[in-house]
Design a protein around this ligand. Structure first.
Ligand code: MCA
Ligand code: AMP
Length: 498
């Protein structure tokens, strides 16, 4: 069964806003900064407010240093650091040069770092973790590694702001069934059109101040929070970690209007006796993982905020959102954003998407790119249903993915590492529902002796980021398999976790 669906409720109508106006993401920011150079843009706790003029100057200096280090348009630059105005300037510098940012999770261990380095071959890596220098050089000794202060030699002036809409801007690592993450290549136009859609849908204006406690190495913090702020000429207060009292203090101190978070963050905010302070915000957005309807209702009862849930992916940036005006329906992600087309295809119905925000393919993965699209539609791997009012709900996943606290974990990657542990013959990793994290990683192992969770954690701890490590382990006689030999993970969960 296939059903077509394209819905642009009146509140999402582009109303004269051209989704690709400005062509390149960073040129749009540069134009804003030149128009109002003294306007504050980014706040961090060390530097206070940083203006448009400072971002222009600092990004130009970093671009000249990168140019001197050999970075040319199209080259990749790996960025991994806690949120700061310096990181924002480095990000802007790479984009202004026409080079490609590889935002990378700072929790990655040596093998995870080596994978992205050998895969995308960055010329320069700007990283804050000292141990990464050795890890990156072990993977590729030619990479120039520097700290977020970019202590490289100054170079002559370089050509800036030549990128076009189709120029690659960012490689976001994400995975699937193949074990190791693959790089989704997003162009300036993909990223720009996505935030312009959000500008319209969420009434995002230069008057807004966002409290941004999401990391800047994933689409939510970077592609939504930071890019949106810079594109509309608004302000963002960067917090390097998510800490409830700091978020609430910042809301007050900076007269913030918006907060974006993953459901785990909202759950923690609600535990605070000060949770009702969220009422002062114009807009609270949740994404990256399903927001339980119960949590949505509780937030409303305590704070009066109807959290607006939206849906997106690394490969597509933002796709669907509940309305700003009109009903924000719990358990639903709402309507396609401006320019986005959605169809449900097959049985069970997979969400497939088209639009100026959708990437054109994975970095150097021609075979996987063939499977990723059907007739020009990108296959999200998420299962959807649309109710009679046109609201889309995500009802399941066709892909194997665990979302823990908003971070994605690909079972195959974890299984591959655990299976290398000597006492273990076989392993299957599943996501089990959890009140705090949404889902947690649980491993089922066939082993020659009892192997505890701590033992497995310490084995994988050297090789996998913390959020990928199993929280629980069960030893089983054998993994249940179907006639084709495929492990039946639902049976594992039913038998053990109920
Ligand atoms: C921390 N831990 C976790 C996670 N985070 N375990 C599982 N899943 C996690 N996400 C571990 C820590 O290592 C620690 O382990 C224990 O949990 C408690 O840590 P805690 O200090 O409480 O955690 P935290 O540092 O406060 O982190 C919680 C967090 C963080 C703030 C919710 O997970 C986070 O920033 N999540 C957001 C991720 C994100 O930005 N996703 C967007 C992806 P131990 O006790 O063993 O030391 S972009 C995306 O998905 C798409 C495009 C979209 O639609 O947005
Ligand atoms: P990634 O591309 O790795 O950042 O993760 C994208 C995936 O996160 C999507 O394919 C969905 O499965 C999931 N996701 C994002 N937002 C939501 C949401 N609001 N509700 C349910 N799942 C979501």
């Amino acid at each position: 069964m296939s059903s077509w669906y394209r819905h642009l409720p009146s509140e999402f109508e582009p109303a004269g806003v051209e989704l690709l106006a400005g062509g390149s993401l960073s040129s749009t920011w540069v134009a804003r900064w030149r128009e109002q150079p003294q306007e504050a843009v980014i706040h961090d706790s060390e530097q206070g407010w940083v203006s448009g003029q400072e971002l222009l100057d600092r990004s130009e200096v970093i671009a000249r240093k990168l140019g001197r280090a050999g970075v040319e348009p199209g080259d990749r630059v790996l960025l991994s650091a806690a949120s700061s105005a310096g990181l924002v300037a480095a990000h802007a510098a790479v984009l202004r040069l026409g080079a490609v940012v590889m935002p990378t999770n700072g929790a990655y261990r040596a093998e995870e770092v080596a994978h992205v380095v050998t895969d995308a071959r960055p010329k320069v890596a700007i990283v804050e973790q000292p141990e990464w220098i050795e890890w990156i050089h072990a993977a590729d000794p030619n990479v120039v590694v520097t700290s977020p202060s970019v202590d490289l030699d100054m170079g002559p002036s370089v050509q800036l702001d030549q990128a076009q809409s189709e120029t690659p801007a960012l490689i976001g690592y994400t995975s699937g069934t193949t074990g190791r993450p693959k790089g989704a290549v997003l162009s300036h136009g993909n990223l720009l059109s996505s935030v312009r859609g959000l500008e319209i849908a969420w009434r995002w204006t230069a008057d807004d101040t966002l409290i941004l406690a999401l990391p800047l190495f994933h689409m939510h913090g970077l592609g939504v929070g930071l890019h949106g702020t810079l594109t509309v000429g608004a302000k963002a207060v960067l917090l390097p970690d998510f800490e409830v009292s700091q978020v609430l203090d910042s809301l007050q101190e900076f007269h913030a209007t918006m907060f974006f978070g993953v459901p785990t963050m909202y759950g923690r905010l609600l535990e605070s006796t000060r949770a009702d302070e969220l009422k002062n915000l114009r807009l609270c957005v949740s994404g990256s993982a399903p927001l339980a309807a119960e949590l949505h209702h509780k937030i409303y009862q305590i704070t009066g905020q109807r959290v607006l849930e939206r849906y997106g992916m690394t490969e597509t940036a933002m796709l669907v959102s509940n309305p700003y005006e009109g009903e924000r329906r719990p358990g639903s992600v709402g309507f396609p954003l401006p320019g986005v087309e959605i169809r449900l295809e097959g049985e069970p119905a997979e969400i497939q998407v088209k639009g100026p925000n959708v990437f054109s393919g994975y970095w150097e993965r021609p075979n996987e790119n063939v499977d990723a699209f059907v007739d020009g539609w990108f296959r999200t791997g998420d299962l959807g249903a649309i109710d009679s009012d046109g609201y889309l709900s995500i009802v399941g996943r066709a892909k194997e993915l665990i979302i823990s606290g908003g971070f994605n974990v690909y079972p195959r990657e974890v299984e591959d590492v655990i299976s290398e542990y000597e006492p273990i013959q076989e392993c299957a990793v599943v996501g089990v529902p959890d009140d705090e994290w949404g889902e947690v990683v649980v491993a089922f192992v066939v082993a020659e002796r009892e192997v505890g969770t701590d033992e497995i954690k310490s084995f994988v701890g050297e090789r996998l980021a913390h959020y990928k490590r199993p929280r629980r382990t069960h030893r089983v006689e054998a993994l249940p398999r179907n006639a084709l030999g495929k492990v039946q993970k639902h049976r594992l969960m039913e038998e053990r976790e109920t």
